[in-house]
Write a protein that binds this ligand. Structure first.
Ligand code: HEC
Ligand code: HEC
Length: 367
């Protein structure tokens, strides 16, 4: 992940900081990434690519998918306000385009807003549109996601909208539509040998002047960004999860050989992703539980726990018998430092420091 971030940074600032340890050390500071996201978005807002009469298409939709990801990652209200303003201006309708999937790109933002605010009316128009029989809706045709008659890689960017609609409406029909869309497109344009999507079937079998397969790097970026977001939108036990995951992209090595552009897209995604996972401690100390779970009303739970072997499980590793047990087990360290002993004798012994809340004390044993 650090390598990816360093790459992302060097792309973003256009400087060769790979060799500069100071610059790379700064990269994963969430504050700096946050500032950068705000700066980039402010610039884009001041210089919109699409003019107001065309600003509800794949271009604008993709930008706002990023705006919502930025909101989720940072909690900055300005991102939310910006997305809401755009959504209201477009009246939560599907995009202007004809291609069945592209016109769903803006709907990703409507879904995100509905999920965050709990206001399901935000997806009303999209639901109505998808359920109206037309040549580009699943209500009328099984293959509704084409562009000028062909299945295409970037259509997969729209895939997660269906997962989100299913989540919001509780209707599994959208998941079924999503699966048949995905498997149909993947069957036709996925190259299982080299693990990438062709732009569309016209490129299958073609060769470059250097006798290489004809890869459309930017399009692959769309597909991977779609697959990664699909994985985030479906439930953990979704049976199609492994199939989606397999189509998530090239390995880093393959990527550096093939296309820096894909790398660029992926690194941008992973920057947001890392930020989205801003580290939150997992373990609080037993004393925190004790602040409520004690006293007569709670049956003196904390005080009682203090008298149990669990509370002394770490301390007991210091007794002479412990040393003997460790020796017999062939453990070289002191028992209180041995991961083997600590695995049972202390909670969260293997957790990384950031996973522990300041209230957490390893010496408190099994808590
Ligand atoms: C802010 C107060 C508070 C804190 C802090 C707190 N709890 Fe609780 N906990 C409660 C209350 C209130 C109940 C419900 C008790 C009841 O229904 O009798 C409860 C219930 C429980 C139960 C279910 C007990 C049962 O009989 O079903 C468990 C287990 C539990 N807490 C564990 C913990 C642990 C572990 C921690 C610390 C990580 C913790 N609690 C921190 C207030 C708290
Ligand atoms: C698989 C879990 C596990 C591992 C690993 C483990 N222990 Fe224990 N150990 C326990 C349990 C459970 C008890 C409490 C048994 C009881 O009191 O009934 C215990 C008890 C003890 C006691 C006696 C405590 C007392 O109150 O008398 C000592 C000493 C001890 N362990 C040392 C070690 C050492 C040293 C290691 C590492 C070499 C180790 N243990 C690894 C589970 C484990």
């Amino acid at each position: 992940m650090r390598i990816l971030l360093v790459l992302a940074w060097s792309f973003l600032v256009g400087a060769d900081c790979l060799a500069d340890p100071v610059a790379s050390a700064e990269v994963d500071e969430p504050g700096r990434i946050r500032q950068l996201m705000i700066k980039v978005n402010d610039w884009q807002s001041a210089h919109p690519y699409q003019k107001p009469d065309r600003d509800c298409d794949w271009i604008r939709g993709t930008w706002y998918t990023g705006v919502m990801a930025a909101y989720r990652a940072t909690g900055e209200q300005r991102f939310m306000d910006q997305a809401l303003a755009w959504a209201r201006a477009k009246d939560f309708a599907v995009g202007y385009e004809h291609s069945g999937s592209n016109r769903l790109f803006p709907a990703d933002t409507w879904c995100e807003l509905a999920l965050l605010t709990g206001d399901d009316s935000m997806i009303k128009k999209v639901v109505a549109e998808l359920n109206t029989p037309k040549d580009n809706t699943p209500a009328a045709t099984r293959v509704w996601y084409l562009e000028e008659g062909v299945r295409y890689a970037d259509s997969l960017f729209g895939l997660p909208v269906l997962a989100k609609l299913s989540r919001i409406t509780g209707d599994s029909k959208y998941l079924a539509w999503m699966e048949s869309f995905f498997f149909d497109v993947a069957y036709e344009i996925w190259d299982p040998e080299d693990h990438f999507f062709y732009r569309d079937k016209r490129f299958i079998g073609q060769r470059t002047a250097n006798n290489k397969k004809v890869v459309w790097a930017r399009g692959a970026g769309w597909a991977y960004a779609g697959m990664a977001r699909t994985l985030a939108a479906i439930s953990e036990d979704d049976i199609a999860r492994p199939a989606y995951r397999r189509r998530c992209g090239w390995s880093l090595r393959e990527m550096s050989n093939r296309s820096l552009l894909v790398g660029f897209l992926l690194t941008l995604c992973s920057t947001c992703w890392t930020l989205a996972q801003e580290r939150q401690p997992v373990y609080v100390g037993a004393r925190v539980c004790g602040s409520c779970h004690d006293g007569p009303g709670m049956g003196h739970q904390y005080s009682r726990w203090l008298l149990t072997k669990h509370a002394r499980a770490y301390a007991v590793l210091a007794v002479p018998e412990a040393k003997k047990i460790a020796e017999l087990s062939g453990i070289p360290q002191r028992p209180q430092e041995s991961p083997v002993c600590l695995g049972c004798h202390a909670t969260a012994a293997e957790a990384e420091p950031w996973e522990r809340d300041p209230t957490f004390v390893l010496e408190d044993g099994v808590q």
